[in-house]
Design a protein around this ligand. Structure first.
Ligand code: NAD
Ligand code: TYD
Length: 364
């Protein structure tokens, strides 16, 4: 077990707290530190779901605000009225395939939205006399580093940026702003770049929930290209532990890479998921579910391989991921099996229209 060291009571604004990783972080933080004040700021785009926050809304020291991170007046007001000392910034447009279909929203939220938050937080921090214990955690992705060949060493914090998709380019832009705000103004920003997360509350469009749900519904499992692309899978609860440590013990101005130490080829991952689903899910419409695997047209500019060297966060902050892919997938499958009332409503008209556009086939 990783030791948590609580350094101070905090008043945290979590942007994107109704999304996948943000909501897991909010659940983690409120369980660990019940006396801290948590403000979730979320625009509730297609990817945000207030139901995910559930029982937290009953708590006195929790507040949900529906709003856009690009709304400077709203952000200023929240920082001031709520005496915010920490921002954990998750809000983003996060799906590569959607960034290929429509990149504009990615520049708006990921670049302009991050800039708006940084500038508002800087003014707030200045007005409070530049307290040293304020923190701006900017949650980013390993995709900013581009693509690895099979024998390349994993990404480290000093790997040069080479983003390939509109999504990763917009995240790279926001990372540079967060870095510049430390170097220019000494605003205490910290950046984390993590690998592919998976776990509870993951929107159906991403690989693991998409495949899990399609297996349950007996629908084709669309594997891009030859399925040989590699991703480094990180269980979302391990990630939240890492972010907790970074907020409590990380050094302002630094970047920390967070990875699962779980490199798997997409096709192997889908086969493993099918195997586990065959064992764990009762009454599958198609069994063995591997029969549903279908190779489809590759994603344009599809990055071949991502992998993270997480030795800095391990040696400096004492973090290591706890879950293997097999353990994490079993937990995730069980969660999707027992929480169908969470994901079924997400297969809405919007999702079906997206599916049709992205895959060229009807969802239903
Ligand atoms: P997500 O798409 O599940 O959730 C994003 C949340 O942000 C949603 O609740 C949405 O409503 C909200 N949002 C979007 N635009 C907004 C705006 N303009 N104002 C306010 N709220 C807005 O994303 P996620 O997978 O939870 O990712 C969280 C963060 O982690 C993102 O910054 C993403 O780039 C980063 N990240 C994700 C992964 C991953 O595997 N999911 C990997 C690396 C990094
Ligand atoms: P994804 O979950 O979209 O994350 P990212 O693109 O940010 O890595 O995809 C993970 C991998 O799975 C990626 O290599 C693309 C591939 N993939 C498929 O093969 N089929 C799919 O339907 C999806 C959504 C992804």
């Amino acid at each position: 077990m990783i030791q948590q060291i609580k350094t101070k009571a905090r008043r945290i604004m979590v942007t994107g707290g109704a999304g996948f990783i943000g909501s897991n972080f909010v659940h983690h933080w409120s369980q660990q530190y019940q006396d801290d004040r948590l403000i979730v700021l979320d625009a509730l785009t297609y990817a945000g779901n207030r139901a995910t926050l559930g029982y937290l809304e009953e708590r006195e020291n929790f507040c949900f605000v529906k709003g856009n991170i690009c709304d400077r007046n709203l952000v200023d007001r929240l920082l001031q009225e709520e005496h915010i000392d920490t921002i954990a910034h998750f809000a983003a447009e996060s799906h590569v395939d959607r960034s290929i279909l429509g990149p504009g929203a990615f520049v708006e939220t990921n670049v302009v939205g991050t800039f708006t938050l940084l500038e508002a937080f800087r003014q707030h921090w200045l007005s409070q006399g530049k307290p040293e214990d304020y923190r701006f955690l900017h949650v980013s992705t390993d995709e900013v580093y581009g693509s690895l060949e099979a024998n390349d060493p994993p990404f480290s914090e000093t790997t040069a940026y080479a983003p390939n998709s509109p999504y990763s380019a917009s995240k790279a832009g926001s990372d540079h702003l967060a870095r510049a705000y430390y170097h220019t103004y000494r605003l205490p920003t910290i950046i984390t770049n993590c690998s592919n997360n998976y776990g509870p509350y993951h929107f159906p469009e991403k690989l693991i929930p998409l495949m899990t749900i399609n297996i349950l519904l007996g629908k084709p499992l669309p594997v891009y290209g030859d399925g040989q692309n590699v991703r480094d899978w990180l269980y979302v609860k391990d990630h939240c532990q890492a972010l907790d440590l970074v907020i409590q013990k990380g050094t302002p101005g630094q970047t920390y890479n967070v990875g699962g130490n779980n490199e798997v080829k997409n096709l192997d991952l889908v086969n493993l998921l099918c195997q586990l689903m065959n064992e764990l899910a009762p009454d599958l419409p198609v069994k063995p579910s591997q029969d549903l695997i279908t190779f489809v047209k590759d994603r344009p500019g599809h990055d071949q391989r991502y992998a993270i060297n997480a030795s800095k966060i391990r040696t400096e902050l004492g973090w290591t991921p706890q879950k293997t892919v097999e353990e994490g997938l079993k937990e995730t499958i069980m969660w999707y099996l027992t929480n169908q009332n969470w994901w079924r409503p997400l297969l809405s008209t919007e999702y079906q229209a997206y599916y049709q556009e992205a895959y060229g086939q009807k969802f239903k």
